[in-house]
Design a protein around this ligand. Structure first.
Ligand code: FE2
Ligand code: FE2
Length: 251
């Protein structure tokens, strides 16, 4: 059994709220009586992409579990690379693969410099196709990125989702070992499908999206600040079935 924790949207901004909520989630994971197979953090790590924010995030995300991070629209590629990955700053897409004998996580950079919506460029799609082709047919590949590639029926988020996703769907059609898509950005726990696979959205650590049917008077009031931080656990069993649990953490 493979257990992957999935959190998203820390938005570390120098304020106590983002720091305390991220710390609460990471402390919860550290105290689990189980070694996780991975912890995926699906973007919007630093709210303003400042080096000090990334340094704070790096300290908060230090863990006994393997931690994987991908950038979101609030992140900046060069600073993300330097501070979180220990790599030279480069503005090329931050695409990363984590391979084990039993599963692969392919993390695609859906950010577009200077924009809030997302897109997987030609370089990223070619990298993903190659990564899927290299994985043995029996090994499930989880594909992660920040922006959901489908509407979630929340206009505010749908307007800044991942566009051009038919190209990603075409790749999925060619690779049956692609087991699921994992993303963040929406700040709400959600589950749907994309290209015939589960598309699982992690809740936001820093805040929770207010759904259109939860408010009438203030359509521009996009977030709940009174909801606790939360995360997802994705479980891959020996039959290749994926199960997701969502868990709130007291902050
Ligand atoms: Fe976010
Ligand atoms: Fe985002």
């Amino acid at each position: 059994m493979i257990v992957i924790a999935h959190l998203s949207d820390l938005h570390i901004d120098g304020g106590q709220r983002s720091i305390e909520r991220t710390r609460a989630v990471m402390d919860y994971l550290e105290e689990l009586p189980y070694d996780l197979d991975a912890v995926l953090v699906s973007g919007d790590i630093a709210d303003h992409a400042l080096p000090a924010e990334y340094e704070q995030a790096r300290r908060l995300l230090a863990s006994r579990h393997p931690v994987l991070v991908c950038p979101g629209n609030h992140d900046e590629r060069a600073a993300f690379r330097r501070c979180l990955l220990g790599q030279p700053g480069s503005t090329a897409p931050v695409n990363q693969v984590y391979r084990t004998a039993d599963f692969v996580i392919a993390l695609c950079d859906s950010s577009v410099p200077g924009k809030d919506d997302g897109f997987l460029d030609d370089q990223t799609l070619a990298w993903l196709e190659d990564t899927l082709a290299q994985a043995p047919a029996r090994v499930p590949v989880l594909v992660g990125f920040h922006h959901p590639p489908t509407p979630l029926h929340v206009p505010f988020v749908d307007g800044i989702r991942q566009f051009g996703a038919e190209r990603l769907a075409a790749i999925a059609d060619r690779h049956p070992n692609l087991a699921a898509f994992l993303c963040g950005h929406a700040h709400t726990p959600a589950a749907t499908t994309f290209a015939g696979r589960p598309l699982l959205v992690a809740p936001g650590v820093v805040s929770t999206l207010r759904l259109p049917w939860e408010h009438r008077a203030h359509p521009e009031d996009h977030v709940h600040l009174d909801q606790p931080p939360a995360l997802a656990f994705h479980i891959l069993d020996d039959e290749g079935r994926l199960t997701t649990h969502y868990r709130c953490v007291s902050d």
